[in-house]
Design a protein around this ligand. Structure first.
Ligand SMILES: [Zn+2]
Length: 254
């Protein structure tokens, strides 16, 4: 069975590198990726980017704390629904949203994909529903508690039952972060999400300042490094230099 993978950029944020990678200096521009996967048995997104309110009134959407960390560069036409429509896909007919984790730049677009079932690690969803833990980790229920069907999974999960698209637990950044492995004819691609912001994160094992569990995050980076050593291509969560070479939809990643 053939799987197709498409990358979309749903805006940019700019933040301090020292916050995102220990020892970093200056500012860094962060692409906000979302991916479409088309399989003969269905369609899935891996993350949905930011909510369109971030285009005109980000402070009302994300609050002062996050406004203090990032500058927003996100325009109408860059939200997930517009990206899908631009390639002739109906956001209302997407079957699944695989959620890496519950931060605003990964689930903010769920509101625009109303009929999908959300596939999320059970421990991530539980953290999102726990008021105290959600506040601590910066999760906002209005991004993801929208009445979608939710399929809570535990650990590795084969999305279409043929090994072509597999959720891989990569906890640490948040309690139940997951990455996604996609088997393309050319080889495996691993969409790391925020288990690994930058190419440099993996190479030098320099973690962000604020993570849920440093030990788990190191173990997840080790797992990604092993996948990479085995020939998988790692797609980093927010690496602008890496991202410049990723073909954008409607061109498929081959
Ligand atoms: Zn992120």
């Amino acid at each position: 069975m053939t799987v197709k993978l498409y990358a979309m950029t749903c805006g940019y944020l700019t933040g301090k590198l020292g916050y995102l990678m220990e020892g970093g200096e200056g500012e860094v521009r962060l692409p906000i990726p979302a991916y479409l996967i088309e399989h003969p048995k269905g369609t899935a997104l891996f993350d949905t980017g930011m909510h369109p309110q971030c285009q005109h009134d980000p402070v009302a959407r994300v609050g002062q704390r996050i406004m203090g960390l990032f500058r927003f560069d996100f325009s109408p036409g860059e939200e997930i629904s517009a990206r899908l429509e631009a390639m002739g896909r109906d956001p209302g007919r997407i079957d699944l949203i695989v959620t890496s984790h519950l931060h605003f730049d990964h689930v903010g677009g769920n509101a625009l994909v109303p009929n999908a079932t959300v596939v999320v690690q059970q421990r991530e969803w539980a953290a999102g529903m726990d008021a105290e833990l959600a506040a601590l980790r910066g999760f906002d229920r209005k991004d993801f508690d929208l009445g979608h069907k939710v399929r809570q999974i535990k650990g590795e999960f084969d999305l279409f039952g043929d090994g072509s698209v597999t959720c891989l637990p990569t906890h640490g950044h948040t309690p139940g972060h997951q990455s996604l492995r996609v088997r393309l004819p050319s080889g495996d691609v691993v969409l790391a999400g925020d288990a690994c912001y930058f190419c440099q994160t993996l190479r030098e094992r320099r973690l962000p300042k604020n993570v849920h569990d440093r030990k788990q995050m190191h173990a997840s980076l080790e797992k990604l490094a092993q996948l990479q050593a085995g020939g998988a291509k790692i797609f980093f969560g927010h690496d602008d230099v890496f991202w410049r070479d990723v073909p954008q939809a409607p061109m498929a990643i081959t």
